[in-house]
Design a protein around this ligand. Structure first.
Ligand SMILES: [Zn+2]
Length: 103
């Protein structure tokens, strides 16, 4: 797929760029530095920014599968971080919270 700068009609280069703190696919004009973000990559981020509350906290409910307790990864988180089956996470246990980190 090719993108052309709407200002100078130059062939834009495919780059990775920061969009609200997330790395996304984008195209950059070598002449004027105009950046166009990949629509599909920024969609979940825009949605995320619209989430109510400044903490961006999502509530998940614990369920059960056999004897294990499980919870679902919210769709928005799945899209934002590109989480797939088999992905490994690190649970950091603290006295008052659990932090989940991608590995
Ligand atoms: Zn340009």
């Amino acid at each position: 797929m090719k993108m052309y700068c709407w200002k100078c009609e130059k062939d834009m280069k495919k780059v990775k760029d920061d969009f609200h703190g997330f790395v996304v696919d984008a195209w950059k004009c070598p002449k004027c530095d105009e950046i166009i973000y990949d629509e599909k990559s920024i969609q979940p981020i825009l949605q995320y920014n619209k989430l109510k509350g400044v903490k961006k906290a999502l509530t998940v409910t614990v369920g059960a599968l056999g004897k294990s307790k499980i919870f679902r990864i919210p769709k928005i988180a799945e899209q934002l971080y590109g989480i797939n089956k088999g992905e490994k996470f690190q649970f950091e246990l603290e006295s008052d919270r659990i932090t989940i980190k991608m590995r």
